[in-house]
Each structure stands twice: as C-alpha cells, then as structure tokens.
Design a protein around this ligand. Structure first.
Ligand code: 6R9
Length: 594
C-alpha cells in the first residue's frame, strides 16, 4: 500500500513507497544503482547494426524480429471512430520497409531531411521509423501548426521530403511550396482522385513497394532527428539528435518508466513534440512493449475507457490533461476498472502537488513527475517508481546524469550552489547519449548553452537536502501552454505582418488548466484605431497563420509597449503589469515609456 503522511507540511509531504508498491522494479535502490551505472552498460543493452554502426529503427524493430519476437503486438492504433488496427512487430516492420523502399525509389537518401505533418495515424509511425531506417533525418511537425511555423521550420531544416495529408498540403504548404527549392518530394495521405501537381500518393506508393529491405548503415553520431524548439528571441531552433540517442531512449524507458516486456504503454503526447517521439515511438519499441496510440484529442471518458479496455499498465501524460481529468472528479475515474495501471507518469510542465495527490484519490497511485527538454532528448530527472514521491518535486536525476543548481556570476561564468533549497538555474553536465549535438546552423546559439562545463537549461529550480529537484519557473520568456513550448518572437512576428500592427509583445498568462495561455499586446500604426472588430481580426489573422496551438488567446491594445533603450520589448514588464506584480528593475526602460 502506498501511504501518505498527512501530518507533513507541503514541502516535506511525501508519499511513501514500500517494496510491495514496486515489485520487480528495474531500479529498486537508487543510491546503489547510481553508484554502479555506466553508459557503456546501457550501450550493451542494444544490438548495433550487423557489420557495425547503430540505427534507431533497427533497435526498435529488426532486433526483435531477429530474436523471434515478431508476433508480439507492437502498436495498437485506435482511430477517432474507435476502430482498432493492430500491428505486430513484424507487421509494423513490413510497413516500415515499404516506406524505406518508397523513399529510396524517389531518390531520398541518407542524410536527406524528411518532415512529417500528420495527425496520430499509422503512416506517421511508418514514416518516422522508415526515415530512420533509410538513414535520412526525421523531423516531425505538430499537425495543429499553421502555415507560418511550418514554413519556418521546413526552411531552416532544408526539407527534402514531406509526408502530409492532401488537405494539410493544400491549406498549409502549397501556397508557399515554390519558395523552398530543397523540397523535392511530397507524399500525401488521404488523397482525393484529384491529386495536386508534383505530389505522390503515399498509399499507392506503399502498396507497390517491397516489404523487404536492409537498414542503411548509420553510425552512432549520424544525424537522426531534428526537433524544433523555441527560444526567447529569433527563429525556432532545430535541435540535432543522433542515432546514439537510442541508448538513452532505451535505458530511460527501463529506469524512469519501468518498462517490462509485458507492459502496455500509453504515451498521450503527439509526436509533433519530442515526448511523442522519444517516448511515443522509440523508447517503447526498443523495449519491446506494446504501445497504444489514440488518434483522437482529449476526452475524459474516452481516456478512461482506453486505460480500462486496453489494460494500460504504464501511462505517460501531461499536467494539462491531468488537470482536465481532475475537473471530472475522482469518482468518475472509479467507475472504470483501472487495476492494470501500475505507473502513472507526467512531463512537460509543472505538475502541481494537488494533481499528484489527486492521482492517489482517483487511481490509488501518485503521478510521477519528470523533467526533460527537447535538447536533452530523454528524461533527466524523475520520481522513480521505487522511491518516495514528494508532491510538487520533479524527482531526482537519472543514473548517468549529473545535475546541479548554478548561479550566474559577473563576467558571464557560473558557479554551482550546493545549499539546499537555494534557487538558481538548473544545469546538467553534458555527455549523455541523447544530448543534442547542436542547433542546426546556429553554432553561436548552441555554444551559449554551455558555461564552465555545464549545460544551462533555461529553467530555474531548487534542490533539497535529499537531492530532489523543485521547479521554480523559466529563466527566459518562453511560454508553456498545454505542455507545448511557444516562442514569443514567433507569435510577435506573425502579428507584425498585419498592416495595422506597429509593435507586438507576447507573454504567457497563468491559467489553471493549460498552465499558461498566450496573450499579445499590440500597439497600432498611425491611422488605425483600436476596436473590438480589429481585435477579432487580429486574433483570426494570428490563428490562421500560426494555427490554434500557437496563436494568442487574447489581444490587448496599448498606446506604446515598454521597451529598453536598445528597443527590445520588455515582456517581463508587460507580465508584471498584467499580473499586478512588482515591476522589478526598470532602469533600462526607455524614459518616455514610464
Ligand atoms: C519534454 C519537454 C522543455 C521545458 C523545460 C521546462 C518545462 C518540462 C517539466 C517542466 C516543470 C516538469 N518542463 N518538464 N517544467 N516540471 N516536470 O517538455 O520538452 O517541449 O522542450 O520543453 O518544459 O521549462 O525546460 P520541451
């Protein structure tokens, strides 16, 4: 039985675990395990390619086929209408091979960049694994992006091929396709009889392709994945991940998500964001578990039914979804048989202590928060199954990961602070296999992340005397809304394209369910007057260009926006004013703006 200590105060509160709460856990004694762990052991858990080299797709599928595990269910896909399509490891492998042969037939080779813009449909999974097996670089885009974020990412990434639906293509790609000379091949799903010019019907191509192929020889340091992320300023950054990352994807699945061969795993994240790729595709497959994929969007009853009917044992979700479930009450959860659930995990945004504790009421188990980033490629800090959970804490570092809290010193250097509960920037000692190898074509931005041998995460945090980490906030202006990372600059740029907008400043406003929502402040050009009609027009303009996942939910007009003397909009001040917080140091504010 998991018990809670009701006498403890918030920070000391803990959900105690006893050995019967984690029978057979892969990591049962943290200190002991940490002392013995080495990345070479993790490497040895994988096969590597025959003849040398390493390839993520080979470890995810072919290795299991070779070992006679081809009949095991790899992927159960639940369509929006609740119909089910099952793929064993060998059936999935056959589809992946068809995709590889299709790419090869169309001249897409090793190192070429293949983007996807798809909902959670089986073709997305064939494309991800097939691209990797072909030695090409896979870059998944979130299907709720509008044309601008898509164009920006495909241009930075110099896309050679794209897999998308005909409808997305017509609406989000075709209008600007000619501007991207590198984009040679466009594969379409859900095609009409009237295929747009210069595109390929993917279903027809797959049907003709052979089910047999060899893995293209890739080396551990060959580029495999390009995941876009956002910073405070400038364009989105393409974080480069290599095939070697699979070493971390695989072992963190065992250690943080406690994967065992019989597990049925559901990662609710979309592969358009890194959680949905690292843990929604690669980690479960390399660990040989069965994964469930739901095409539909969040719906409390549907989700409980999936957990029950699919006998999900390990569930990886996000705070926004947990908070939406909380709204429907713990009693609702109890109507379902959720007895197979043995590990509940959460990532992507701060998980409030109430949500951890609500897990106890609804499921008899806490949510296990964990922390990582697009840049780190895999889970870095987690509440392990076999360890007491402190509600509100992100947990402790994974074996092989050295974390610290650092303070910034004059002159640009940093120093570790070891005093318990002192706030500073969360930093990691680089060197684990899934660490990004760069931001594509952005050497300076990449280099800026490393100071005095630390990788600086951009998050503020504290560490307590037992080594548990506590999230405090972002050190920059990046926004996390429903677990999706949004760069304010990208939103501001889209607003600035409207003829009425002179300046735009974009911030995240706290919101109880989504964590934060995007809000924009706009100053108009001379000759334009603020009105409700114009506000609606701007909201529509942003939504059409950026898509619903990124566009602001609210826009407010201002005469001027607060700026520094060098002309940068002070988002921090916009936020302080919005929230009625102290304005802090405003010495750099341009005088006429005060
Ligand atoms: C995996 C992923 C990374 C940023 C990260 C931090 C926030 C992630 C968190 C968390 C509080 C947690 N974040 N996990 N904040 N508690 N458990 O989400 O990657 O989209 O790159 O976002 O998300 O701010 O720096 P990514």
């Amino acid at each position: 039985m998991i018990t809670m200590d009701p006498t403890a105060n918030a920070r000391d509160e803990r959900i105690r675990k006893r050995p019967e709460d984690y029978p057979g856990a892969n990591l049962s004694n943290y200190e002991d395990f940490i002392g013995k762990f080495a990345w070479d052991q993790a490497r040895a858990l994988l096969d590597g390619l025959p003849g040398g080299g390493l390839n993520i797709a080979y470890e995810a599928i072919d290795r299991h086929l070779k070992a006679g595990r081809g009949d095991k269910l790899a992927l159960r896909w639940i369509a929006r209408d609740a119909k089910i399509r099952d793929f064993t490891y060998s059936a999935l492998g056959a589809q992946v091979n068809r995709f590889v042969n299709t790419l090869a037939e169309h001249g897409i080779r090793k190192g070429d960049r293949v983007f996807s813009l798809l909902g959670r449909v089986p073709e997305l999974y064939f494309a991800a694994l097939g691209t990797l097996k072909n030695g090409s670089v896979f870059s998944p885009l979130f299907s709720a992006f509008g044309p601008e974020p898509i164009k920006a990412r495909m241009t930075i990434g110099q896309a050679n091929a794209l897999v998308t639906t005909e409808a997305f293509y017509r609406r989000k790609i075709e209008p600007w396709r000619k501007e991207l000379a590198s984009l040679e091949k466009v594969f379409l799903t859900e095609c009409s009889a009237n295929l747009p010019p210069d595109t390929i019907d993917l279903a027809a191509a797959l049907a003709q392709a052979s089910e047999v192929c060899e893995t293209v020889q890739t080396l551990p340091e060959d580029m495999a994945l390009l995941h876009f992320t956002s910073g405070t300023t400038g364009k989105p950054k393409g974080a480069i991940h290599v095939h070697e990352a699979v070493v971390a994807h695989n072992v963190t699945g065992k250690l943080a998500l406690d994967f065992h061969p019989d597990d049925i795993f559901w990662c609710t994240a979309d592969p358009g964001w890194i959680t949905g790729t690292s843990y929604g595709i690669i980690s479960p497959l390399t660990n040989g578990v069965t994964m469930v994929i739901d095409q539909a969007e969040f719906d409390a009853e549907r989700w409980y039914r999936i957990l029950q009917d699919q006998k999900v044992s390990v569930w990886y979700t996000a705070p926004t979804a947990i908070r939406m479930l909380m709204k429907t009450g713990a009693d609702f959860a109890k109507r379902f048989d959720l007895s197979r659930l043995r590990l509940l995990a959460s990532v992507g945004e701060p998980l409030n202590p109430e949500a951890v504790l609500w897990g106890m009421q609804a499921f008899g188990k806490p949510f296990h928060d964990n922390w990582w980033q697009t840049e780190t490629g895999g889970i870095m800090i987690t509440n392990f199954l076999a360890m007491d959970v402190k509600p509100g804490s992100m947990g402790r570092p994974l074996p092989g990961i050295a974390a610290g809290i650092v303070e910034h010193l004059e002159g640009g250097s940093v120093r570790e602070i070891t005093k318990p509960m002192a706030m500073g920037e969360l930093a990691l000692r680089p060197g684990w296999p899934s660490m990004m190898r760069g931001y594509l074509n952005e050497e300076a931005r990449y280099k800026k992340c490393f100071v005095n041998g630390w990788y600086l995460t951009g998050d503020l945090a504290m560490r307590d005397s037992e080594g548990y980490y506590w999230f405090v906030g972002r050190a920059d202006d990046v926004i996390k809304s429903s677990g999706h990372l949004i760069g304010p600059f990208e939103v501001e740029s889209a607003l600035m394209e409207h003829k009425a907008v002179a300046e735009a400043g974009v911030i995240g406003i706290p919101e109880p369910t989504a964590g934060e929502v995007v809000k924009a402040y706009v100053a108009l050009k001379d000759g334009f007057t603020a009105s409700e009609a114009l506000r609606k027009e701007l909201l529509g303009h942003a939504r059409q260009r950026l898509g619903p996942a990124v566009a602001p939910k609210d826009i407010a007009f201002r005469q001027n926006l607060p700026k520094t003397r060098s002309g940068k909009i002070m988002r921090r001040l916009l936020k302080a004013r919005e929230l009625g917080l102290p304005e802090g140091d405003i010495s750099t504010l341009e005088s006429e703006e005060r």
